[in-house]
Design a protein around this ligand. Structure first.
Ligand SMILES: [Zn+2]
Length: 173
């Protein structure tokens, strides 16, 4: 994973691998920049009513046309809860309320025509105003409620299956 980045983003000198603490890191031998490689934080909205879940259809790569949980990447200085509310406003035109934290799910994003990034998916339990009219826009083309026992065939990412599995387990306990 570490070798896919070759040049310092500050001064464009070729990176070297250097032992730092317990791991080898990409370090710039000229300016000293250390390229720490962490998962990118993304927020995912679990919007569940009874036995149904709201999923959105992706209009952009990767996984165009598949069903995803609403959400997106957190901006650099943004609190994840704010990112969650912002993404739901952008994608569905609704003012959502974050009700609680559900869990963290690791996954990969990208691939096909480019490198992948590790993603830290932050799942929140979210509610929408009861009368909210969903207006799919931005990077999604549709939004629909699905029965948790009859999900669509094409789910965008592995983490969605894992989170739904955990939700179902929690319900049984
Ligand atoms: Zn540098």
């Amino acid at each position: 994973m570490k070798k896919q980045y070759r040049y310092c983003p500050i001064c464009a000198t070729k990176f070297v691998l250097r032992q730092l603490y317990d791991e080898k890191q990409l370090v710039c031998p000229k300016c000293g920049y250390i390229f720490w490689q962490n998962a990118k934080p993304a927020v995912c909205g679990f919007i569940i009513r009874g036995n149904t879940i709201l999923l959105v259809r992706r209009a952009v790569p990767p996984a165009t046309g598949t069903w995803d949980v609403p959400g997106g990447f957190v901006k650099e200085h943004e609190h994840p809860e704010k990112a969650m509310v912002r993404e739901l406003q952008e994608e569905l035109g609704v003012r959502a309320t974050v009700k609680g934290f559900f869990g963290f799910y690791m996954d990969l994003y990208g691939g096909h025509n480019g490198p992948t990034s590790a993603v830290l998916n932050i799942y929140y339990l979210v509610s929408l105003p009861p009368s909210a009219r969903l207006q799919p826009t931005d990077d999604i083309s549709d939004a629909r409620w699905f029965s948790l026992s009859r999900l669509p065939k094409h789910i965008s990412f592995k983490h969605i299956h894992e989170a739904i599995r955990d939700w179902k387990r929690g319900k049984k306990e």
